[in-house]
Design a protein. Structure first.
Length: 355
């Protein structure tokens, strides 16, 4: 089959736009020969368990799923009673971009907390925790996103403080790690240092945004924090019959730190993009661009002059974040090349000077 798209095109709308890493494609092909037992009783899923134990320590258990929404919903559903609720930033993906799946499929309520940087704090958790009687859902867990929807990053100390506060209040801690590779690369810290070691109970480990094709994992770091996750994964339609193909992708990402290298590269390309724009602003080759968030991982949030975004999108696709203010979001990915970034910076310079 010939390609139906232009493989030379690069965009800055989402790391979901990127294709699969060649090593992931090779892993799928390697897993394809002959027959293997279905529903996870295969050697690739067994190897994945070994890899997560090597990465995070003995006693963890991984549950491969198809997508990040499924990972978050099933993980949180397993951490709550039927009357439970989850405290999360208002900007969190589980609150804004999962089509109501937590409520519709998971059957639990999100308690949104407005924050300027999409990060929770111990003070905010204390403000929203506690039962207010039968008329309201009872917060039983906290969900933080690392890195966040605004590209910001929790430090190790911040996560530890959140987990300590949550546990003292009787709440469990979930981490949405759709971009966990970007966070790990930016922190320069081993994965356990900002997850299991500081009190995170359950981790949604992202693969799709980092070179996989529909492959994520729920990683249970504290077995006492979950109940019935096997059954919930099935009832939420996240149990793969041919699981070897999902697991093989994650095995490839965890081999020789491919997941971490992909995250580090995406971060480096975002830093290059921001630096190129800042240099252009300094020498006046770029005009009228400002930034709204620090660039800590692979996301850049900026405000463009009126009309510039629409002209740029004729060549490079990206999304508006706040149409009222002109704020846009640019994301880099594991396969973004330096030439892609430089071409985009040159286009921004040309379009802002055109005004």
């Amino acid at each position: 089959m010939d390609p139906l798209h232009d493989p030379s095109r690069r965009h800055f709308a989402s790391d979901n736009y990127a294709g699969a890493h060649p090593e992931v494609i090779a892993a799928i092909a390697a897993a394809n020969g002959g027959h293997a037992v279905s529903y996870g009783e295969d050697p690739y899923t067994a190897r994945l368990q070994e890899q997560f134990a090597e990465l995070l320590g003995e006693g963890v258990e991984a549950f491969p799923v198809f997508n990040g929404t499924g990972a978050n919903v099933v993980a949180l559903q397993s951490m709550l009673t039927r009357w439970g609720a989850v405290i999360a930033p208002a900007a969190a993906h589980i609150n804004t971009d999962e089509g109501g799946a937590p409520e519709k499929v998971g059957g639990f309520k999100i308690v949104p907390v407005a924050t300027p940087d999409a990060k929770l704090t111990p003070e905010a958790i204390r403000s929203f925790a506690g039962s207010r009687g039968v008329h309201q859902a009872v917060p039983q867990a906290v969900s933080i996103t690392q890195s966040t929807e605004l590209g910001t990053l929790y430090t190790v100390a911040e996560i530890a403080a959140i987990a300590d506060t949550a546990h003292a209040l009787g709440l469990k801690v979930h981490m949405d790690g759709a971009r966990i590779a970007n966070a790990a690369a930016a922190l320069g810290a081993p994965l356990p240092a900002f997850t299991r070691d500081v009190g995170v109970d359950v981790l949604s480990f992202g693969g799709t945004k980092n070179g996989a094709i529909g492959a994520e994992a729920i990683v249970v770091l504290n077995p006492d924090a979950v109940d019935g996750i096997d059954f919930l994964r099935k009832s939420a339609m996240q149990l793969a019959s041919k699981m070897r193909f999902v697991s093989a992708q994650l095995v490839a990402l965890l081999t020789d730190d491919l997941w971490l290298r992909g995250g580090a590269h995406a971060n480096a390309m975002a830093a290059r993009l921001r630096s190129g724009i800042e240099s252009g602003l300094a020498d006046a080759s770029i005009r009228g661009v400002s930034f709204t968030q620090p660039t800590q991982t692979n996301g850049i949030f900026a405000i463009l002059p009126p009309g510039v975004a629409d002209r740029l999108r004729e060549r490079f696709r990206f999304y508006d974040w706040n149409e009222a203010t002109g704020e846009v979001r640019w994301l880099t990915s594991w396969d973004t090349a330096e030439a892609d970034v430089d071409a985009f910076v040159a286009a921004i310079a040309a379009e802002t000077r055109a005004d």
